[in-house]
Design a protein around this ligand. Structure first.
Ligand code: UGA
Length: 433
């Protein structure tokens, strides 16, 4: 089938490239000409494990094309996925201007047989609003909703083996077309939830808000564990083995970040306020997560007995491992707060340092974890990169001014490090092991 993606950002690129792998002829349109040029040459502008191989094979098979032009070819495409960004407005509500701009660009080229599928995360009611918007200019194209649930860092696997595919339509024909697009995955017994437009749009927000709630909750329980000498890792395991709860999103840490959870819980809260529904849990999750970085900095301060003129090696800048994305990264907020308290921070990250330069100008960077640790008063782990578990801790012990590790991701082996002479601190476990 001929499919077009509008917006070659994270969602558009992963979905577009992987749709071509499913056998569709895919064209990705993006107004950023430099990005399109790079993609035409097989170069990915994002860091996503495994995706590059699918990009190269898609280009080779000629089933994958990239362009910055909206033109006549659009009139023969069967389905157009909108995958542009919906960043938060100052109110917390989603900014839909990119969606409307994309629809305006498409309008001259599309006919009533075309199905426009909104994949961007949008508040319930947006698809219906777009149907009215198109009808007002005599454009009868159909609109559907098909939210995505890909996680950065494991997006290829998530695309090929999703827990479910959610399809929101107001017409049988649209539903059939979407099932046809996903036919290879449906044949693999992936569950499909077929529903109406608003419900489909809401499923996305409720999913992200529920997962964010689990994280905020386990982080609060970690605080409690520290007071009563219990172990949050064991609590998570003992609780998560209940299949009604599951182990996922029960890892305590410095708070959730990224381009989705913080934005989507805010948008859900704003939606609830608009409709005068008192969603207290959502509000509490936002508040609990916003104070998490400050709690982490207080913890560091208590351990070190002050921050003024302390040198800290901070390992990890990205909002989680496996990505170069720094958006709403708790690590960046922690660094900002440490610097406010006059600590000297030397940072290292395996993938995020180039991008970080735009976020925190003037931050000192090391070329390796070992270099960051040289002469530092403590080593702080802020992102759970697996390679940090393989560091040469014997050498690090000698290079640090004092052998203190504060592991805000509970990533490292507490027993081993203690045996090696470190004072090891973590989240939700005894103060120092
Ligand atoms: C999230 C959702 O998991 C995806 O299903 C969804 O498609 C995506 O948002 C989106 O809306 O586009 P992502 O932002 O890539 O995906 O990241 P997650 O792996 O879910 O992690 C989000 C944040 O929560 C990270 O900061 C991570 O470190 C934190 N987290 C996650 C925890 O602190 N503990 C956990 O147990 C899990």
């Amino acid at each position: 089938m001929d499919i077009t993606f509008i917006g070659a950002g994270y969602v558009g690129l992963v979905s577009g490239i992987m749709m071509s792998h499913l056998g569709h002829n895919v064209t990705c349109i993006d107004t950023d000409q430099d990005k399109i040029l790079a993609l035409q040459l097989g170069m990915l502008p994002i860091y996503e494990p495994g995706l590059s191989e699918y990009l190269v094979s898609g280009l080779k098979s000629a089933r994958l094309q990239f362009t910055s032009r909206y033109d006549q070819k659009l009139s023969s495409t069967s389905a157009i996925f909108i995958t542009v960004g919906t960043p938060p407005l100052a109110s917390g509500a989603a900014d839909l201007s990119n969606i409307f701009a994309a629809i305006d660009q498409l309008r001259p080229w599309i006919n009533q047989n075309c199905l426009i599928i909104i994949k961007s995360t949008v508040p319930p009611g947006t698809a219906s609003q777009l149907i009215e918007y198109l009808a007002a200019s005599n454009c009868q194209a159909q609109i559907a909703s098909n939210p995505e649930f890909l996680r950065e860092g494991s997006a290829v696997e998530d695309f090929l083996r999703p827990d479910r595919i959610v399809i929101g339509t107001n017409q049988l024909r649209s539903r059939h077309l979407l099932r046809e697009i996903y036919a290879p995955l449906i044949a693999d017994k992936i569950a499909v939830v077929s529903t109406d437009l608003q419900t489909s749009e809401l499923i996305k927000y409720v999913s992200n808000a529920f997962l964010a709630t689990k994280i905020a909750f386990i982080n609060e329980m970690a605080n409690l564990c520290e007071k009563i000498d219990a172990d949050i890792e064991q609590v998570s395991k003992g609780v998560g083995l209940d299949s009604r709860i599951s182990q996922k999103c029960l890892q305590a840490g410095p708070g959730f970040g990224g381009s989705c959870f913080p934005k989507d819980v805010m948008a859900l809260s704003s939606l609830a306020q608009t409709h005068q529904v008192d969603c207290q849990i959502v509000t509490a999750v936002i508040r609990a997560n916003q104070r998490r970085p400050a709690d982490m900095v207080n913890k560091i301060q208590l351990i070190l007995g002050g921050l003024n003129h302390r040198t800290l090696a901070v390992l990890g800048l990205t909002f989680k491992a496996g990505t170069d994305d720094l958006r709403s990264s708790p690590a960046l907020e922690i660094i900002r707060l440490l610097q406010l308290q006059k600590a000297r921070v030397i940072a290292y990250d395996p993938a995020g340092m180039t991008q970080a330069k735009q976020f925190i100008p003037g931050l000192e960077y090391a070329s390796s974890a070992l270099q960051a640790c040289t002469g530092a008063d403590a080593l702080i782990i802020t992102t759970e990169w697996p390679e940090f578990t393989k560091l040469d801790f014997r050498t690090i012990h000698d290079y640090l001014k004092s052998p203190i590790i504060i592991d805000l991701r509970n990533l490292l082996d507490a027993d081993q490090l203690t045996k090696q002479g470190f004072q090891y601190h973590s989240i939700g476990r005894r103060y120092a092991l």
